[in-house]
Design a protein around this ligand. Structure first.
Ligand code: ADP
Length: 266
């Protein structure tokens, strides 16, 4: 058996073949010992390829010799594999991985490179949500956020122009959290969560759109566990990318790209 593992800052993603089909599973990085016991039990005689920031920690726990792979290499390989299953696969694109932090790459047929990123990512989503609302469970955050109204927290361009014709779309956010003045009353937990997701989504989109413009690209492929079950983030990112004139593609199972890339490299 072959097993590809992406040991990230927050989640350990695993890809393996079962009856020629790729199976995917994830565990919290905080449960490293449990994950390693699971791996030993399920794959007593497997070949492993490991990628991600916690590769070395995982290898020490595994106490096996494993193949190692650079994270960006593995991610791009996995993305190209997953893209084969999508209709109208772009030939060249910006790749934005919204993990604990966010990393942005340029992918062309002749190669790929990392162009930058932002510290605003899934970790920000968890951290700010916890500080503002005391909701700390990821599943609770993504369940409550779609009920929220951002207008009470964020300042839109249309708020500033108050009925007159703005020079840019009134729907654009003028200032994330900029509508909170004095004592804010009537702001509920879902409103804060929706605005945190808005901040994260608009920041990663802005960075991605600028990268696309700089490199003459229009397609932006978004991946990362921050999109798991997170329809609010997916919507902000898709809508905002379109509003900014680029083409979004939210890749199904994209959070497993690194693990799949590692699996394909054995
Ligand atoms: P990394 O490779 O850095 O671990 P991921 O792509 O796995 O990054 O994304 C991590 C982010 O995914 C978290 O910061 C969080 O926003 C989100 N997430 C999705 N599911 C979970 C979960 N079950 N527990 C914690 N965070 C989750």
């Amino acid at each position: 058996t072959k097993v590809g593992i992406d040991a990230g800052g927050t989640l350990i993603k695993i890809a393996y073949l079962k009856n020629d089909k790729v199976e995917l599973v994830k565990f919290p990085s905080s449960q490293m010992s449990f994950t390693v016991s699971w791996l030993h039990e399920k794959f007593p005689a497997a070949r492993f390829c490991v990628t991600g920031g916690k590769s070395d920690v995982l290898q020490r726990h595994l106490q096996l010799s494993v193949l190692k792979m650079a994270e960006f290499e593995a991610t791009c390989k996995g993305v190209l594999f997953l893209l084969q299953e999508t209709e109208d696969m772009p030939q060249e694109f910006v790749l934005t991985n919204v993990g604990t932090g966010t990393s942005v790459h340029i992918v062309r047929p002749d190669g790929h490179f990392r162009i930058g990123g932002t510290g605003v990512g899934g970790g920000t989503l968890l951290g700010l949500s916890r500080l503002l609302t005391e909701v700390s469970d990821y599943d609770d955050i993504v369940r409550l956020a779609p009920q929220g109204v951002r207008d009470r927290v964020d300042l839109k361009v249309s708020h500033i122009y108050e009925g007159s014709e703005p020079p840019i779309s009134g729907d654009l956010t003028a200032s994330n959290f900029g509508n909170i003045t004095g004592i804010s009353s009537g702001i509920e937990t879902p409103d804060y969560l929706a605005s945190v997701i808005g901040l994260v989504g608009e920041t990663v989109t802005t960075v991605s759109v600028h990268a696309a413009m700089q490199h003459g690209l229009s397609a932006i492929v978004y991946i990362g566990s921050s999109f798991i079950g997170n329809e609010a983030l997916a919507k902000v990112v898709a809508d905002y990318t379109i509003l900014r004139g680029a083409h979004p593609l939210l890749l199904k199972n994209g959070e497993y790209s690194g693990a799949i890339g590692a699996l394909l490299s054995i």
